[in-house]
Structures are given as C-alpha cells and as structure tokens.
Design a protein around this ligand. Sequence first.
Ligand SMILES: *Cc1c(COP(=O)(O)O)cnc(C)c1O
Length: 350
Amino acid sequence: MPWPIADFRSDTMTAPTAAMRRAMADAAVGDDVWGEDPTVARLEADGARWLGKAAALFLPSGTMANQVAIHVHCRPGDELLCEERSHAYCYEGGGIARWSGTQVRALAAADGFPQPEQVAAAIRPDDPHFPRTRLLVLENTHNMAGGRVAAPARIEALAAVAHRHGLLVHVDGARLANAAVALGVPATSLVAAADSATLCLSKGLGAPVGSLLAGAVEFVAAARRARKAFGGGMRQAGVLAAAGLIALHEGPALLAADHARANRLARGFAALPWARVDVAATETNIVMVDLAAGEPGELLAHLRAQNVLAAQIGPRRVRFVLHRDVGDDGVDRCLAAAAAFGRTSSPGFS
Ligand SMILES: *Cc1c(COP(=O)(O)O)cnc(C)c1O
C-alpha cells in the first residue's frame, strides 16, 4: 500500500485521538443508569449548554437519539412531517414505524429544507378521519442534500408554522456543529426554536461513540425513560463521555478546515469533464459528485487502488465527506487519482 488511506466514505471514519484515549483511560465513572457517572453528567450539562437547552441526554448513537425524541413527541397513529431524504425516515431501519407506530408524510425540498408554506399545507385538519400531525423533523446540516445548511431565520420560520398549528419541532443536528461553523452563528441560535435537538459527537467532532439529545427538563426525563426501554442505558459510560467532552469542546474549531477542503475538492471535481458538482451548494464537509460519464463502481475501484475511499449513494452519485482524519494530502491524492480516471478507463467514456 503506497499511502495511508484517505477515507472519504463518512465523517464517522475518525479514530479517537491520543488525548481522547488518555481521557477515556482516566475517566471518573459510576453506573450511569443509576445516575452516578460524573463524566456523563458533565457531558450532559456541557451539551445542554452548548445546545442552549435546559437538559441533555447522552445516547449510544444519533439514530437512537432521533428515535427516542420521536417516541417521546409522538403517539402511535400520529403523523410527522420531514423532508423526503431525512436520515430519521430513510436511514434508521424503519425506526419510526417500528418503535413509535408513527407515520411519515415526506415533503420534497431540493436543498433539504421545505418551505413554511409546504409545511402549513401538509398539516392535517383536526378531524377523526385524519392522523394527528404532531411533529416537524428538520435536519441541519442536511446529509443527503449534500450537507446544506439552514440559517436561524429559516428554522425559526418553519418552527413558527409548526407551533402555530400545535406541532412540536425536532432538529436532527447530527452535523449541527458543521452548520454553526459554516454560518458563523452559535449552535444555540439554530435550535432555539426547536423543542428538541441532537448532536452527533461521533461524526466530524471525532468521538468514537455517542450523541446528545437536548430539550426541556421534562422532555429529557421522558427521553431518559425511553432510552432505557430502547436498551440504551449504559453503565460506566464515562469512558465514552470522556472522549465526547473533548469532541464537544475541541471538535467544532477544526470543522472550518474540513469545509475549506470540501470546497477545494468540489472545485477540483467540477473541473473534470466527466464530473458534475454544485460548488455553490457545497456549504460544509460533504461533496456530491455526479458522473456524466463512466460508472460509479469503476470510479470507486480506481480511487481505492490509490488508497482513496468514497461511497456510492445513488445510481450516478458518489459522496465524499471531509473530516479531521483526511488532510490536504488526502484531497491532493483524491484529485490526482480522479483526474487520471477519465484518461485510464475509456469504455464508459463515449
Ligand atoms: C449519522 C446521522 C445520524 C445518526 O447517527 P448514528 O450515530 O450513525 O446513528 C442521524 N442523522 C443524520 C443526519 C446523520 O448523518
């Protein structure tokens, strides 16, 4: 293998740093299901402050954080509204139906964020024929839209419509720190209008495991009960929270470099004759490349031969995600390998 692997498949592909591993080894712990782990308590307190909510809960994954939130907000037979490519709807194993018996009304939005009028039009009248429209789920940044961001005013406008009709609002903030950094606003301003919000510590922020779910004190108490029922009560979880604290406090400052590298990667691909990239829509750490010629599988194999990994996420679409373990060198190698792709694999190029 000529070079270290540059892994663009996901920003979950980060290894805990030496400082995280030391903090994990040294963490003060107790049984968190009994409420006795001081490191988890500290992470939950700091996480609540970072998200601007009264309380927060530490969970094993962003998936469980979303599903617990939906479970607390909705009853069986309720309906929630979300964008049609939302993670909570499409990529969590059907969890909304499995765990909450709630149905989904999916809205189309090119950049991942429906218009307030779309939300208003989708809210069902109070009539026994209909499900009760109960929850609006927003995703910021929006993963499948290519890491797009919505500014505070847009979130506030959407939440205002939802609240006016008696709905609650949940923000899937798996990459909320990326949104805050890209917009230059505090994360609190992005979720102030929401009733609950998540943050993944295990994506670009670099922790090996864990997510936060924040909201009002009563909401988090109910979420804590649901987390136990979902099997997410963890015992000496301080060993994980110790890494999470470093991710929360030191991770966001590193994200601007990821965004700059994503922009450079996007511009590099856009210059290739067979690649289509919306550079202006590359707002954070995700680069979506559509192939106008050649097969995605062949591109991935070609890159892999140079120790560059990416993921196919559509019939002609390949996703590259920047994170702290891919540096400038990884971007250089990716672009050099991509430039050679069109030259070496002629069959698909007519
Ligand atoms: C990754 C992700 C999640 C869930 O995270 P896991 O920790 O992998 O379960 C939720 N929402 C979005 C938008 C994500 O990208």
